[in-house]
Design a protein around this ligand. Structure first.
Ligand code: RP5
Ligand code: MG
Ligand code: MG
Length: 280
């Protein structure tokens, strides 16, 4: 697997914490790194134990408190990884991609994997006459992008899976929450029917680790990304997109090499472009 990069971003978000520097060759756990002393940080927002976070446990007690590598029936949280069984060392789960330079949960609620979902809604980019734009012989795709408040980067409007929630529900819920859909009454019924239909046609394009700047040695994000393609533009034809609470902007953006995107989203969009044999 590729080296995680954003998971080693020096300044930990929303804090004054600096990660311990982990050179590329020291990332794998099986490489000995005797001097490795990552700072411990659990954000106050997590430590106050909101409903989306695990209760805080000291050191090796985590192993007793949570069924790692299993479905946690008590809390309705999936603690299995999409990347196979992860190691549990001194009672704590170990990031399957290697060292991050930080221990504690940081901004993440769960010890071990924190499951997310990413809805990639696409359509063909068209000119003013309605013709699909072609670049170097290939049609161009657009996706619904949000501008995130936390990093200022463009991103897929994804989010965390709630306890007991199916990923298919998370995809729809997050999309609705982050990209509020504003349509007038006359069109509401028809449009929501078409969007509903679109959301039943998802194709999975990624399942696994998310190289997120919030990841730590003991807590990390894993996601499933699904593509919902509005091929003739009918589902979103009359729909206006509006930014939700965690978002400063929302727009249809061209899918190509040029955009710097949040977490591993670039990789997911590349997979979508390939799948549709589109320009990238
Ligand atoms: C990324 O963080 C995932 O790919 C997903 O898009 C996102 C989930 O976190 P929040 O949007 O809830 O902050 O790693
Ligand atoms: Mg989100
Ligand atoms: Mg959200």
């Amino acid at each position: 697997p590729p080296l995680h990069i954003k998971s080693r971003t020096a300044a930990y978000p929303d804090s004054s914490i600096q990660r311990f520097v982990v050179p590329d060759d020291m990332v794998p756990w099986n490489v000995s790194f005797p001097d490795y002393k990552p700072p411990h940080y659990t954000a106050p927002s997590v430590a106050i134990q909101p409903s989306w976070a695990d209760p805080h446990v000291e050191g090796s007690n985590a192993m007793i408190a949570f069924p790692f590598n299993e479905y946690d029936k008590k809390r309705n949280v999936d603690r299995k990884s999409y990347m196979g069984n992860y190691d549990v060392v001194s009672g704590l789960p170990r990031n399957p991609r290697g060292r991050t330079g930080l221990t504690g949960r940081g901004l993440l609620g769960r010890y071990g994997p924190n499951h997310a979902a990413d809805p990639i809604v696409t359509r063909w980019e068209r000119d003013e006459h309605g013709n699909v734009i072609i670049i170097r012989g290939k049609p161009v795709l657009e996706f619904v992008a949000i501008c995130r408040k936390d990093t200022g980067e463009w991103a897929i409007p994804g989010g965390m899976v709630d306890p007991g929630e199916y990923v298919t529900e998370t995809l729809k819920r997050e999309f609705t929450e982050e990209v509020l859909i504003d349509i007038d009454d006359a069109e509401r019924t028809e449009t929501s029917f078409l969007i509903q239909k679109l959301f039943n046609s998802g194709v999975e394009v990624y399942k696994g680790y998310s190289d997120d700047h919030r990841n730590t040695d003991v807590a990390w994000i894993e996601t499933r990304a699904f593509n919902f393609h509005d091929n003739d533009g009918s589902a979103f034809g009359k729909v206006m997109l509006h930014p939700g609470e965690e978002t400063t902007g929302v727009q249809w953006r061209r899918i190509d090499q040029s955009t710097k995107l949040f977490a591993s989203h670039f990789q997911f969009l590349e997979a979508v472009a390939k799948k549709h044999n589109a320009h990238f």
